[in-house]
Design a protein around this ligand. Structure first.
Ligand SMILES: C[S@@+](CC[C@H](N)C(=O)[O-])C[C@H]1O[C@@H](n2cnc3c(N)ncnc32)[C@H](O)[C@@H]1O
Length: 195
C-alpha cells in the first residue's frame, strides 16, 4: 500500500498501537515462504498481555500452514479452515489441501477443514480462546468472517491491516459493532487485534 493510502487509512480507521513487551521464537515452525513471517515473534506476548486461555484456536486462512504451526505451539487444539484453492490476492491458485495436510501431519494438534468460512460459521457455535482471520482481503468477507470470529473468541487477530485498507476498516468496524477494543501492530503487513 502507498504511504498516502496508509496515512488515509490511519486517519479513517484509527486503532490503538500494539507494542509488544517481549518477543519470543516459537519452538515449532515450518520453513515456507509467507507474508506472515515475523508475526510468530509476538503471539506469546499477545496471549500473556490479554490473559488468553490456551485450549482452543480457530484459524480462517491456512494456505500452507505457517500461522497454523505457530498457533500449534500455544494451544491444545488448532482448527484450520480454508477453501485451499487460493483467492484473488494469493500468489498460489489451485488445490493445495493434500499438500498442506501432508506437510502439517507431524503437528498432531492441528486439524484442517476444507470449507468456505461462510459454510463454517453457519454450523459452529463453539467459543474459542483465540481466532485468526487471514482470508481474501476484501471488506465484506473480512467483516463477515471476522465479526463471527470476534463474537466466538476472547481474542481475534487479523493479518494484513497495513497492506489492505479494507482489512483495517473491517477491524475498526468489527470492534465498534461488538463493543470490543482494537489494536494494530504495524509490522509484517500489519496485525489487527480485537479483544
Ligand atoms: C493469505 S492466505 C493465508 C496465509 C496463511 N495464514 C499463512 O500463514 O501463510 C489466504 C488463504 O485464505 C483462503 N481463503 C480465501 N477465501 C476464503 C474463504 N471464503 N473461506 C475460507 N478460506 C478462504 C485461501 O484459499 C488462502 O489459502
Amino acid at each position: 500500500m502507498s504511504s498516502l493510502k496508509k496515512f488515509i487509512a490511519n486517519k479513517l480507521y484509527p486503532l490503538a498501537l500494539y507494542v509488544p513487551k517481549q518477543k519470543s521464537i516459537p519452538e515449532k515452525m515450518i520453513d515456507i515462504p509467507t507474508a506472515w513471517k515475523g508475526l510468530e515473534l509476538i503471539i506469546e506476548d499477545i496471549l500473556i498481555h490479554f490473559n488468553i486461555g490456551r485450549e482452543s484456536c480457530i484459524e480462517f486462512g491456512v494456505e500452507f500452514g505457517y500461522s497454523s504451526v505457530v498457533f500449534s505451539n500455544y494451544f491444545q487444539k488448532v482448527k484450520g479452515v480454508d477453501i485451499f484453492i487460493g483467492d484473488e490476492h494469493t500468489e498460489h491458485k489451485g488445490d493445495h489441501f493434500e499438500q498442506t495436510k501432508k506437510s502439517l501431519e507431524q503437528f498432531k494438534n492441528i486439524e484442517l477443514f476444507k470449507s468456505d468460512y461462510q459454510d463454517w460459521i453457519k454450523q459452529d457455535d463453539q467459543q474459542y480462546d483465540f481466532a485468526h482471520v487471514d482470508i481474501v482481503h476484501n471488506y465484506k468477507e473480512t467483516y463477515e468472517c471476522g465479526f463471527w470470529a470476534a463474537k466466538h473468541s476472547k481474542c481475534c487477530i487479523f493479518h494484513d491491516t497495513e497492506s489492505f485498507p479494507s482489512v483495517k476498516r473491517a477491524v475498526y468496524d468489527i470492534a465498534k459493532n461488538t463493543g470490543k477494543k482494537a489494536y494494530n501492530y504495524p509490522f509484517h503487513n500489519g496485525l489487527g487485534i480485537i479483544v
